[in-house]
Design a protein around this ligand. Structure first.
Ligand code: ADP
Length: 397
């Protein structure tokens, strides 16, 4: 009998899902409901038999999930016969409470809700998905897999902000880190690929997508990561600024009269590549720069400068480095971005071979450093859904 897990990643206006066979580690169906709460929404459902798409309004997450279940019934695979052992839910903020995947009970649900104060954009829609799915599958165990959990191994030196201790403690202000499921999957996967025990490896993972973060992994454990209290800190992202002097916000508040909400929107939704170059998509920014657009070129320069700075910093934190891994949309698909990110680091043993980099096959793991280089540089496609399915299956036994 096959064992499968339904993985649900519920965002503010979308539900992504995947049905995963956890024994063969293959995806049996994948899909997404988009524009929940808008006038018309869409649903795409893909299986080995092909893709189906439909357009209709989905007033809320419950309606979206009902439509997903109906689509499974009409187009397969039949969920009643699929050997479901659990539903795995991505939850962004697990705070200090959750350092491992957790079976969702009413108490756990209440804890996730309480943590919404720290992640107001993420935890509430995650909870909407959990509630809708528990209603749909009341008999199955539901497992929360937290983006922050992998980073619970950060030392106090790495996670503490130098503000007054009482203020930080009272308000839970510290670095949590995100994308943990991806950083864990990729750092363990690369060890498997190069056939070395993960316990012996020092790795820097560059998760470069629309959201982007870097993690230093020592012996399979996260020791430093670039996102902080929220996913805003660190790298230049699609629409997020990444690092900025906090006093710039005080200045903008005083001098430009910007409110807290104005600043929040600016930093999270209007900055990064979008703010600098007018598009949050790396493909557009590269095309514009190639056409001579100076703003786009500056955006690329700032982007790469920041990544390179983090690589140097994490090399120093780790002491020595075995592997660098690129993953996510930009990391997996954009050879020039990979080359720019690590340019000039040859004397540190970090070398990208232009031929291997340019000819790396899409969607597969590939080494892009030359034979025998001191640091191996790899592309490893991330698979957060598979990691969630594995963890959910493991905890339910
Ligand atoms: P998310 O953070 O939303 O999960 P992804 O990891 O899917 O993002 O990455 C999406 C981004 O990847 C896109 O916005 C785009 O900038 C970038 N991307 C995808 N394909 C390419 C490509 N061929 N070249 C450059 N950038 C790409």
């Amino acid at each position: 009998m096959t064992r499968t897990v339904l993985v649900i990643n519920s965002g503010s206006s979308s539900i992504k899902y995947q049905l995963i066979d956890v024994d063969s580690e293959t995806s049996l169906a994948a899909g997404v409901v988009e524009r929940i709460g808008e006038e018309t929404g869409s649903l795409k459902h893909e299986t080995s038999a092909g893709e189906v798409a439909l357009e209709q309004p989905f007033p809320d997450h419950t309606a979206g999930l009902r439509a997903v279940l109906a689509t499974f019934r009409m187009n397969g695979p039949d969920l009643a016969e699929a050997g479901l052992v659990a539903v795995g839910h991505r939850v962004v903020q697990g705070g200090e409470r959750f350092d491992a995947p957790t079976i969702i009970t009413p108490k756990v649900e209440a804890d996730i809700e309480e943590l919404s104060a720290l992640a107001p954009l993420h935890n509430p829609p995650n909870l909407d998905g959990i509630r809708a799915a528990r209603e749909a599958f009341p008999e199955l165990p539901h497992v929360a897999v937290f983006d922050t959990a992998f980073h619970r191994t950060l030392s106090p030196a790495a996670y503490t902000y130098a503000i007054p201790t009482e203020v930080a403690a009272k308000n839970n202000v510290r670095r949590y880190g995100f994308h943990g499921t991806s950083h864990k999957y990729v750092s363990h996967k690369v060890a498997e690929i190069i056939n070395r025990p993960v316990a012996e490896l020092n790795t820097i993972v560059l998760h470069l997508g629309n959201g982007a973060s870097v993690t230093a992994v020592r012996g399979g454990k996260s020791v430093e990561t670039s996102m902080g209290l929220t996913p805003l800190e660190g790298l230049v992202m699609g629409t997020r600024s990444g690092d900025i002097d906090p006093a710039a916000l005080l200045h903008l508040s005083r001098v430009a009269g910007m409110s807290i909400d104005d600043l929040d929107t600016m930093l999270n939704k209007k900055s990064g590549l979008l703010g600098l170059a007018g598009s949050n998509d790396m493909r557009d920014v590269r095309r514009l720069a190639a056409e001579g657009d100076e703003r786009a070129q500056l955006a690329l320069d700032v982007w790469a400068h920041r990544v390179r700075g983090y690589v140097g910093q994490y090399l120093a934190q780790l002491g020595n480095l075995d592997v660098i891994v690129f993953t996510a949309g930009v990391g997996e698909n954009s050879a020039p971005s990979r080359a720019d990110a690590l340019a000039g680091l040859e004397n540190l043993g970090i070398i990208v071979d232009p031929k291997l980099n340019d000819n790396a096959p899409r969607g597969q793991a590939a080494r892009i450093s030359p034979d025998g280089a001191p640091v191996q540089v790899w592309i490893v496609p991330t698979n957060e859904e598979l990691e969630i399915a594995r963890e959910a299956a493991e905890i339910v036994g």
